[in-house]
Design a protein around this ligand. Structure first.
Ligand SMILES: [Zn+2]
Length: 262
């Protein structure tokens, strides 16, 4: 990954124009000290990735404005994904962050977090496409690889000094940095492309318009074009994805071939 995420990832570009009054997504991105010593002996399982991702998400939930269950954003998201709680064999849980950054991410533990500003600009089917892409990263184990890479790189001191060979929990004081590093992770182009394929198949399998994935990318491309140096950290995440216009074109080519677009 050389992309972003903790999974997270989708992101997009700037949109402070859209919702200037809302809060900005918060992360603690101070660099953690690296101490890889000892990591080699650690066996990293799917369960470890899920556990660490859950800790990071719990931290993000506690430090960002989460929409209440009865908030219109939460209600809308719940409705959109009502039939897809177990997509990809995962046990998904959803929350909305009421922030101005445009982003969404899914984590190895099944947590899906969608930023309200992304919901403001996307239709329901476009959100299914964008979030389907994020779920694809989890199903494809990109998320697990990301957690592992960050865990190793950021090297939790405790883990490095552990003699047990087990993955340790992250201390409270390190969680913010860990979450930030995860969000800063980057996926490879191949991983991105495969996550796009996953989303396309997800839409197709459920009889949604596959072209919604293309229109979502087109919207992101427009945002990228209009965003300048004022982009926030998470907004830059998106820029690490392959070119959005290119991705939109690829989806359309595929849709035409499948007889799903004119
Ligand atoms: Zn991605």
């Amino acid at each position: 990954m050389n992309k972003k995420i903790l999974l997270p990832a989708f992101v997009i570009a700037a949109l402070s124009v859209i919702n200037p009054a809302s809060a900005q997504f918060k992360l603690n991105t101070k660099t953690m000290s690296a101490a890889e010593k000892g990591f080699k002996s650690v066996t990293f399982s799917d369960a470890d990735a899920a556990k660490l991702a859950k800790e990071a998400v719990t931290w993000m939930d506690a430090n960002n404005p989460v929409a209440a269950e009865n908030d219109p954003y939460s209600i809308r998201l719940r409705k959109i994904f009502a039939k897809h709680q177990h997509e990809g064999g995962l046990d998904l849980n959803f929350k909305v962050y009421k922030v101005k950054d445009i982003n969404a991410f899914a984590c190895a533990d099944g947590s899906v977090r969608v930023f309200s500003s992304l919901m403001d600009i996307m239709t329901d089917e476009e959100l299914l496409g964008v979030i389907g892409h994020e779920i694809g990263h989890v199903v494809n184990k990109d998320s697990k690889d990301a957690v592992r890479a960050v865990y190793k790189r950021e090297a939790l001191t405790d883990a490095a000094s552990s003699q047990s060979g087990a993955v340790n929990a992250i201390s409270q004081s390190q969680l913010g940095s860990f979450a930030g590093a995860l969000l800063d992770s980057r996926y490879s182009r191949k991983q991105e492309s495969q996550a796009d394929d996953y989303s396309y198949d997800f839409l197709k399998r459920n009889n949604y318009k596959v072209t919604a994935l293309a229109s979502a990318f087109t919207k992101l491309a427009d945002l990228e074009k209009s965003s300048g140096s004022t982009r926030t950290k998470s907004e830059k995440m998106l820029s690490s994805h392959p070119d959005s216009a290119e991705r939109a074109a690829k989806v359309m080519t595929k849709a035409k071939k499948d007889g799903l677009a004119a």
